[in-house]
Ligand binder design. Structure first.
Ligand code: DAH
Length: 346
């Protein structure tokens, strides 16, 4: 009876060992090996429970079963260790191969900053005007009420002031809302003839898809003997064709500005729908690019020019608008977010 029992135990140990060998053969990584170790040698394994229950056996069987069980345990431990070390070195090799550094690969070039599209377009327009004999002038961005409004024929109570959404620094000092104050500053210091453009930043309290609190304008001023509306029209048409291409139509619409009389707004035909009307041009087929007009003689009084001897025209061009029309950009804010992916397109 006891002998049968011993045989039974030894047989089941042998079967367990066979199972173990099968499983170990199939183990693909050290994690599998760990699981096999737990299954065949852990607390709930057959060898553990055999050893735990060995006390219940007769004193003759104890050493036989005990010895055999320990032999299996030793064999399993040795085989596990061998397999584990083999798999470990395979895994290590694999990791090395994955992390290999190819010294022949060219390095990643650091991304260099690139010119903002606004700056490039300003330079391009400056070149066009320089080719027509214009000088480039500058003026301060922090401006006084006098130059921004008063001397531009826009006194305190003038309704046009409310259109400007001005950032005031004090009652009398503000961030310029347009580049037009440089007209006055320039004429104060220079006698006619005047042929200038003034590129620069301007500020208004506004923020949405088509407005940013800072944007860019190019002002233009011509004062000379016998300047008339024909000169204005030819100059602006020529420039518009140079910027947008000869196939664009240009039209002048009557408008109002306090510092010009008569005044006009200038539109170019929409590039996207070729004038048929679309979402970008709000169905009109035209897009406004600038304001212009003949300098109101009232301005000459502020700068001591002789209104009998000279006349002139002026204009103000929105640079972001030019870029939007030329490149089909529909959100003004993208110009100022400094996303290199946006800037690199141009
Ligand atoms: N300063 C005007 C504005 O910001 C634009 C403008 C219109 C400028 C007519 C001019 C001009 O010089 O003659 O809306």
């Amino acid at each position: 009876m006891q002998e049968n029992k011993a045989e039974e135990i030894l047989k089941s140990l042998e079967e367990e060992y066979k199972d173990f060998s099968e499983s170990l053969k199939e183990a693909e990584n050290t994690k599998d090996v760990e699981n096999i170790k737990v299954r065949f040698l852990g607390k709930k394994s057959l060898v553990s429970s055999t050893l735990k229950n060995i006390g219940k056996l007769s004193s003759e069987l104890k050493p036989v079963v005990g010895k055999n069980t320990n032999v299996y345990i030793k064999k399993m431990e040795e085989e596990l260790a061998r397999k584990e070390s083999r798999l470990k070195s395979i895994e290590f090799d694999k990791k090395l191969r994955e992390e290999i550094v190819d010294l022949n690969l060219p390095g990643r070039k650091p991304k260099a900053g690139s010119k903002n599209i606004i700056s490039s377009v300003i330079e391009e327009i400056e070149d066009i005007f320089a080719g027509m004999g214009f000088d480039i002038a500058q003026g301060p961005e922090v401006e006084t009420d006098y130059y921004n409004f008063e001397a531009l024929n826009t006194p305190q109570d003038h309704p046009a002031r409310s259109l400007h959404d001005t950032f005031f620094i004090s009652d009398d000092v503000l961030l310029r809302t347009h580049t037009s104050p440089v007209q006055i500053r320039y004429m104060e210091k220079h006698k006619p003839p005047v042929y200038i453009i003034v590129p620069g930043k301007v500020y208004r309290r506004d923020y949405d898809v088509s407005h940013t609190p800072m944007f860019t304008q190019i002002e233009g001023l011509v004062v000379d003997k016998g300047i008339n509306f024909g000169n204005l029209k030819w100059t602006l048409e020529t420039v518009a064709h140079k910027i947008f291409g000869k196939d664009r139509k240009v039209r002048f619409r009557p408008h109002y500005f306090p510092f010009t009389e008569p005044s006009a707004e200038v539109d170019v035909s929409c590039r996207i729908c070729e004038g048929a009307g679309c979402r970008v041009c709000s169905g009109s087929g035209w897009l406004e690019i600038l304001g212009a007009g003949m300098v109101d003689p009232n301005l000459y009084r502020f700068v001591d020019y002789d209104t009998e001897k000279v006349s002139g025209f002026a204009f103000g061009l929105g640079i972001e608008r030019v870029c939007m029309l030329r490149y089909g950009i529909d959100d003004l804010r993208s110009f100022f977010e400094n996303d290199l992916r946006f800037l690199k397109q141009f």
